[in-house]
Structures are given as C-alpha cells and as structure tokens.
Design a protein around this ligand. Structure first.
Ligand SMILES: [Zn+2]
Ligand SMILES: [Zn+2]
Length: 207
C-alpha cells in the first residue's frame, strides 16, 4: 500500500491505542476530573485524532478506572506500559470501578443545589444561617451510626462547599462534582446552575 512508505514497525508501536506512563510534567489535565495530573503520577492516555494529528487524552489512572474500566482492561492486556511506570494491580482498579458503581446511587442524592426555602437552615460548615432564597448546596458527610459509617446530606452555603470538600469526613467527591451537581439539581434552570457554580468557585486546589 502506498501509505506503507514509512517504518511500519515503529509506526505501529506509536499508534498503540493506549498509554500508561508516569506524567512527565504537571501540565496535563485529567479529562475525567479536569484537575492537573501531577508529575510522576501514573496517567492513562487514550489515543485520539486531534487537530494537529494523533495525540493522547490523559486521565489519572484512578479516574480512568472509575469511568472507563474496559479501556484500562484492554490497555493492561496489550501491555501499553511506557518507561519506568509501575502500574497499579488491575484487581485494585477493578475494585475501584465497583465502588464507584455502588456510589452512583449516593451521587444521585448529593451533591445538589436548591434555593433555601426558609431562612432557618444552618450551614454545617460555618454554622451560620442560610438566608431564604440563597443557594443551598447539599453534600454528603460520613456519620458513625451504631458502629456503622453512613453518609448523609448536610446543607452548606455555596461559598462554603470548597472548604467542606477538603474535610476527611466529606464523602462527596471533587471528581465530577459540577457534573453531578448539575444532574442532581433538578429544581434549578441553566442560568441558576451557572450562578451557583460560580458561587462555589474553583475546586481545583492545583490552580
Ligand atoms: Zn482525574
Ligand atoms: Zn457557610
């Protein structure tokens, strides 16, 4: 074929559909959670045809496990490992995918945003009242209940969300937070959702 003029062997290697490697810098962003991928952490690349030719869309390996396990499985079976990467055991990634699947129900409940129907609810982050008609955001907090840990929703000011998400007992994930919020906040229209997202502000600690 006319296209075979190059070096087929090397060419084929370059066109492996996936790549698992250590991030060479902290500049790439995870396409799943939109946060930076730190240098030397394991990243998962999916080959795509971009405007400037083929390139990789990167994900944290853990994010990829939660959202695209099938591709990870394929990458592991094709041994798409690059350089000195020490990839996490596939069993661990499968377990993460399973947990993520189970958490989907919880995610449907929270996070969500609404307009505070009264001025009587308190923000569980700053302990101050949430004004009537202000945006109120619910996230999940782990509570120990007769020796069992359960997640229950707590109300927050929009501006208190970022601080709450950093706490250890907050079980709402930063990964996909805004997507989940939009999906769950069925009572708000697009414009209101945009406003509440603006009030919440950036959740990316890296930038
Ligand atoms: Zn990620
Ligand atoms: Zn607050």
């Amino acid at each position: 074929m006319a296209d075979d003029a190059g070096v087929p062997e090397e060419g084929q290697e370059e066109l492996a559909p996936f790549k698992i490697e250590l991030a060479r810098s902290s500049r790439s962003k995870c396409k799943s959670c939109r946060r930076a991928i730190q240098k030397d952490s394991v990243r998962f690349g999916v080959l795509v045809d971009g405007r400037f030719g083929p390139g990789f869309m990167w994900h944290h390996i853990n994010c990829a496990a939660k959202h695209r396990l099938e591709e990870i499985e394929e990458a592991y079976s094709l041994k798409c490992f690059e350089g000195e990467v020490d990839p996490p055991p596939i069993d661990k990634l499968r377990a993460m995918a399973e947990t993520a699947e189970r958490k989907k129900d919880e995610k449907k409940l929270a996070p969500y945003a609404e307009l505070a129907p009264t001025g009587r609810s308190k923000c569980r982050h700053c302990d101050k009242l949430i004004e009537k008609g202000a945006y109120r955001v619910a996230v999940l907090r782990a509570v120990e209940f007769f020796g069992q840990v359960r997640s229950g929703p707590i109300n927050l000011h929009a501006k208190c969300v970022a601080g709450e998400l950093e706490k250890d007992d907050c079980t709402t994930e930063v990964d996909g937070f805004f997507d989940n919020l939009k999906e769950n906040s069925t009572g708000l229209d697009e414009a209101a959702l945009q406003k509440v997202c603006d009030e919440i502000g950036s959740l990316d600690g890296a930038s």
